[in-house]
Ligand binder design. Structure first.
Ligand code: CTP
Length: 399
């Protein structure tokens, strides 16, 4: 897929620069024409000669250095590229790129380019989480730059946290995906549930929950970005549905959600149940508005069907993804739901943690697989988490 594609790799001055040697090598072996530009700081970590040997092409460092190779290097390099990959990207580079600062060959090339840009930041966790860096990332994302989230793990500075450059094989997979002629989920149908169900007490009141619908709507968006046909079944939500859905079905109660989900289940390849489904409904909702009278009003509640559990028993080849919104013993409860509902994986989160749960635009989640593997993510936007979830659906469905 990347055969004969022109990939320009920009290496900035981070310890993870050594990993990018393998990235360049893998891309080259897959048939890509790879050129490398480096900042001066990057050459402290890896010699330009290494990249020259790997790629078979001259490496560019100095703004006015190698005129013999390229006439106006920054313009020529930008023109050459089908894709520009910056890895590792330092906090300093992100700041310059966000603000249009061009003070070396690499940043000047970025500014002179209208080519797709994929950036893989890598740095110490505190630098990454610093609002200056986060603001710069927001600016870049808003411009359509694709950011490869750093991994969580041990860092060169001796600490542990978010900031590791993803492994070369993962970076190359993202590059492959970029050049894939067909989006990876094209031809696949995904049903996403989102929002919270509401259970009527009378024509005026209901029992509801705090779900905003954001997580599920982001998942629907991300699945569409990967080429899937998406049916979104939504309870009460505070956000607008994304454009381009195959179907948008608005429901109120858990029973209505169950009907709609079951109607589509046979024809879909995957169901992602991110809806907050009410576990109980009022046994006999009043046809008329209930007037206040006694000091105590007792409502009798009956259990709602567990939609996901039902899907788990009906499942044939469909991939089933559940959510576990917990307030304690997160992994234990999530594992139990994963097994009992016959899921492929479950996304667990502590809804009481700051920056996670209802009504906020971020989440802190773990993904638990049937074989016991747990992937724990630090705080990220719901859009980024949605992308992680869809990447895993892709792996499960397409490999
Ligand atoms: N779910 C469902 N039908 C229900 C309740 C939950 O399909 N009646 C789905 C949710 O959409 C979610 C998963 O099951 O994907 C777990 O939901 P959650 O509310 O965390 O757990 P419950 O199974 O309802 O258990 P509990 O409320 O006791 O934690």
């Amino acid at each position: 897929m990347i055969d004969k594609k022109n990939i320009l790799i920009g290496v900035t001055g981070g310890i993870a620069a050594y990993k990018v040697v393998e990235v360049a090598s893998r891309l080259k072996k897959s048939g890509a024409n790879v050129r490398v530009m480096m900042t001066l700081a990057a050459t402290e970590f890896v010699s330009p000669r290494t990249f020259e040997e790997i790629t078979g092409n001259a490496v560019f460092v100095e703004m006015f250095g190698d005129a013999a190779h390229f006439h106006v290097a920054h313009v020529a390099l930008a023109d050459f590229a089908d894709l520009i990959l910056i890895a590792p990207a330092t906090a300093n580079f992100l700041a310059k790129a966000a603000h249009g600062i061009a003070d070396d060959l690499l940043t000047t090339t970025i500014l002179a380019s209208d080519k797709p840009l994929l950036i893989a930041p890598s740095m110490n966790t505190k630098m990454f989480m610093n609002s200056a860096t986060q603001d710069n990332l927001k600016v870049l994302k808003a411009r359509g730059v694709k950011i490869l989230e750093p991994a969580v793990g041990e860092l060169a500075c001796g600490t542990s946290g978010k900031g590791r450059l993803p492994e070369p094989v993962e970076i190359c997979a993202v590059v492959e995906k970029f050049f894939a002629s067909e989006p990876i989920l094209s031809g696949k149908r995904i049903l996403v549930t989102a929002g919270g169900t509401i259970e009527a007490i009378d024509p005026v009141r209901y029992i509801g929950n705090r779900s905003s619908g954001r997580m599920g709507y982001e998942i629907a968006k991300s699945a569409m970005n990967s080429g899937a046909e998406v049916v979104l079944v939504s309870g009460k939500s505070e956000v607008e549905p994304p454009d381009g859905l195959k179907a948008f079905i608005k429901v109120e109660s858990a029973l209505q959600m169950r009907d709609e989900v079951l109607k589509h289940f046979e024809t879909v390849d995957c169901v992602i149940m991110s809806a907050a489904v009410a576990d109980y409904r009022v046994k006999n909702p009043s046809a008329q508005k209930i007037k206040k009278s006694d000091e105590i009003l007792t409502l009798e509640l009956v259990k709602n069907p567990d939609i996901l559990r039902e899907l788990g028993t009906l499942k044939k080849s469909q991939v089933l993804v559940g959510f576990a919104a917990e307030t304690q013993n997160i992994l234990e409860y999530a594992n139990k739901k994963l097994a009992e509902k016959n899921l492929d994986f479950i996304v667990a989160n502590d809804v009481t943690a700051e920056g996670a749960g209802f009504g906020v635009s971020t989440n802190i989640a773990s993904i638990i697989w049937r074989n016991g593997t747990v992937e724990s993510f630090s705080k990220m936007s719901k859009a980024d988490l949605a992308e992680k979830i869809i990447e895993r659906v892709e792996k499960t469905l397409c490999h």
